[in-house]
Design a protein around this ligand. Structure first.
Ligand SMILES: Cc1ncc(COP(=O)(O)O)c(C=O)c1O
Length: 372
């Protein structure tokens, strides 16, 4: 099948670029002396997860139990659910999954630990690894103070069904409003040092803390270099996106995924309308970054860098073109790099893996929509 045989809108992934991204991050993990456990919420594809594992990843990360089930069904057998799982409905599913793969989850409360223990106790004969989530500045889940963390570690230590695998942080705050790479490096290193400091303090209190897990693509060049970190969990790197371009960590050539879209209308000389709107690209403004080139639209059009997607409706992208542009004309196609690739992927049923003009695979995005 050829690229021109794909109907639009379609997710296309350049195989060469994706494989290069996978190899680069794997090499970085090896250089830093840590294990790579990629976050698969970016691609939600068991096939791509298997490529990451084949390249050397030590297991995978997911955000949701439903994603973990899809990955486990596809044969991925070492899964970290980097999230708190609560409530009997989910915990029954978690106990079932724990019986068939090496599984770990995050905890940050005594209540959460208790609920996990009850569900595992009812299921009988299953144990689960837990990592205590440490808030190193993102202000989402996780505990910040050592006393609270140590108290939770003591509680886990007394459990018959939970094993303390270690501590975890998601330093997702690193790029937020950052004005320079130096500022990001400083934030990333501070986060890495903090989580490692917590691990050292827990060991001093007698706890075994084998894993010190960090993770985010923007912070990947720095956090995992901190001595004592054992694992990194970046996700976005597999494809990259406009948000990565905005902080000068990627160029369009490093972006593996695009939404292939067709021009359906040219109602004015400076306007084109694409058949891919917020239901194909996801409607999120680009990150404000510090790259020399700022892309302030709702996606970057590879073939027309001077064009701007100034508005999205559900099924339309409104593109402002430089005066006098004949390209792209009605029926012509363009590739749009999404601002934030992870939620854009979640909107599609399948992706087309392309190599030049050849479509080499059509893969289902099997874990899309698995938000439970
Ligand atoms: C817990 C956790 N770990 C790792 C990641 C990966 O971050 P990124 O997509 O920036 O690589 C995320 C992203 O949301 C996350 O929530």
């Amino acid at each position: 099948m050829k690229r021109q045989d794909l109907d639009t809108p379609a997710l296309i992934v350049d195989a060469v670029t994706m494989n290069r991204n996978i190899e680069r991050m794997q090499r970085a993990a090896v250089d830093f002396g840590v294990r790579l456990r990629p976050h698969t919420k970016t691609h939600k594809s068991p096939e791509i997860a298997k490529l990451q594992v084949a390249a050397g990843a030590a297991g995978i990360t997911v955000a949701k139990l439903g994603e973990a089930q899809v990955m486990a069904d596809a044969g991925l057998d070492d899964i970290l659910i980097a999230n708190q799982i609560v409530g009997p409905l989910k915990l029954r599913r978690l106990a079932e999954l724990a019986g068939r793969v090496r599984l770990a989850v995050l905890v940050d409360s005594r209540e959460g630990v208790l609920q996990l223990e009850q569900a595992l106790g009812e299921a009988g004969n299953v144990a689960v690894d837990v990592l205590i989530e440490v808030d190193t500045g993102k202000g989402r889940c996780g505990l910040g103070d050592l006393e609270g963390i140590a108290d939770l570690a003591d509680r886990i230590e007394r459990s018959a069904v939970l094993r303390l695998r270690g501590v975890e942080t998601h330093e997702g705050h690193v790029p937020a409003g950052a004005g320079s790479a130096d500022q990001m490096r400083e934030r990333a290193e501070t986060a890495g040092r903090r989580v490692e400091e917590i691990a050292v303090a827990l060991r001093a209190r007698g706890h075994d803390v084998p894993e010190v897990s960090v993770g985010s693509t923007p912070a990947a060049p720095w956090t995992a270099r901190i001595s004592g970190i054992t694992e990194m969990r970046p996700g976005t790197y597999v494809f990259n996106d406009v948000n990565q371009i905005a902080i000068a960590q990627a160029t369009p050539a490093d972006c593996a995924l695009s939404v292939l879209a067709s021009v359906i209308s040219r109602p004015a000389p400076d306007r084109a309308v694409l058949d891919a709107g917020s239901k194909s690209l996801f409607c999120e403004p680009a990150r404000r970054g510090f790259a020399l080139i700022e892309y302030d639209g709702f996606g970057y059009i590879r073939e027309a860098p001077a064009a701007r997607i100034v508005g999205l409706n559900e099924e339309h992208a409104i593109v402002r073109l430089p005066a006098g542009s004949e390209f792209p004309g009605i029926g012509e196609r363009v590739e749009v790099i999404p601002n934030h690739v992870c939620p854009a992927v979640n909107l599609h049923d399948e992706l087309a893996l392309v190599d030049g003009d050849e479509v080499v695979e059509i893969w289902p995005i099997a874990a899309r929509g698995k938000v439970r």
